[in-house]
Design a protein around this ligand. Structure first.
Ligand code: ADP
Length: 164
């Protein structure tokens, strides 16, 4: 009997994709056969958007161009429904510290209540990325600061182009 492939889903807004996100996605690839990156439509009503969903998908595809086990898709609606359609049973979330934990824990329990087969796995990034967030990247770049050290070169080029 052949086992079905283990599919993990990494949901987020990725506006823009940071080295912190990349670190978590590469760790997820170490745990699963395939990884679906689910790019949510709006980061949130109050957060100003830097890139639209198609641009964010493009930039992620560019970074993971050599990784055939990664699929990048737009995502809207209920995560458990989307994950099920993709054959994913693992939700991977990155934890930057205790501040992330409370909300993430609540989401994990809720998602498991909505779908008992859905397990959430929390991964810690390299400490050097633990303070990196897309929100801060957007803010620093809007204020004219350099954010290159937190982004892959192809993402940094896109951020620099819109910041101009
Ligand atoms: P952000 O909170 O930066 O807007 P997203 O909503 O795109 O990020 O988050 C997608 C996933 O990536 C979440 O699980 C989030 O916790 C994780 N994540 C974001 N930045 C980092 C980081 N620097 N280190 C580890 N995980 C991160």
């Amino acid at each position: 009997m052949t086992e079905s492939p283990r599919v993990a889903i990494c949901p987020g807004s990725f506006d823009p994709l940071t080295l912190g996100h990349e670190d978590i996605i590469r760790r997820a690839l170490g745990l699963a056969d395939r990884v679906v990156i689910a790019v949510s439509h709006s980061p949130s009503q109050i957060k100003r958007q830097l890139f639209d969903v198609d641009q964010r998908i493009e930039m992620i595809q560019e970074v993971f161009a050599d990784e055939g086990r990664v699929k990048v898709l737009p995502f809207q609606g209920l995560l458990v429904d989307f994950a099920r359609k993709q054959g994913a049973t693992i939700v991977v979330r990155g934890l930057r510290g205790v501040k992330d934990f409370e909300y993430e824990f609540q989401m994990a329990l809720m998602n498991r209540r909505l779908d008992v087969s859905m397990e959430t796995v929390f991964l810690a990034p390299e400490p050097e990325y633990a303070f990196v967030s897309s929100t801060l990247i957007r803010e620093i770049s809007a204020l004219g600061g350099s954010v290159d050290q937190f982004l892959s070169p192809s993402v940094a080029r896109r951020v620099a182009a819109v910041a101009r």
